[in-house]
Design a protein. Sequence first.
Length: 204
Amino acid sequence: MIAPFYKFGYFGEEFSLIIAFLIGIAFGFFLERAGFGSADKLAAQFYFYDMRVFKVMFTAIITAMLGVFFLGAFGLLDINLIYFTPTFLIPQIVGGFILGFGFILGGYCPGTSVVSASTGRIDGFLFLIGVFIGIFIYGELYPLISNFANSTAMGKQTLHGFLHIPYGVAVFAVVLIAVAGFSGATYLEKKFNSKFLGRGNEAE
């Protein structure tokens, strides 16, 4: 049996929705346990004194990347059948800046706002309302910005395909970047955490 199971017809659409529901619950649970339901902890990464968000998310990315790579290498996963969103370079860069600005301003991203709201936090619930309002506004404005939203189309891009390097080399390079990123994040935590605690002590 080779994955992805749904693409090969091993189970139907109804069962796939049940699996997606269970995965979503598990994903939300682990986000909450990692502290991603708190705006204080999420916003701390922008002040560099608590980089757990960066570390947890980068760990998840590396784990998934290595899992996909080795499952494909062992013939347990057909990588060519995995769906991923096509690239629209400029619109997605602009969207990333808008999302990042909202993240800094509100302390949540759309996913973590759901986690926060599900645990009863009022700020998470209000942020989630803002997410739905934003989606509604985007839907209403889409006819006016559709040309921009579909501009600079690059199709389905992968890192190794874009850089014209072997798949394994790209995976190894990302792992090295992750190691460097973790080291840098730890250094920033030590540097800025001491400054933050020092200011707190002065305030007292």
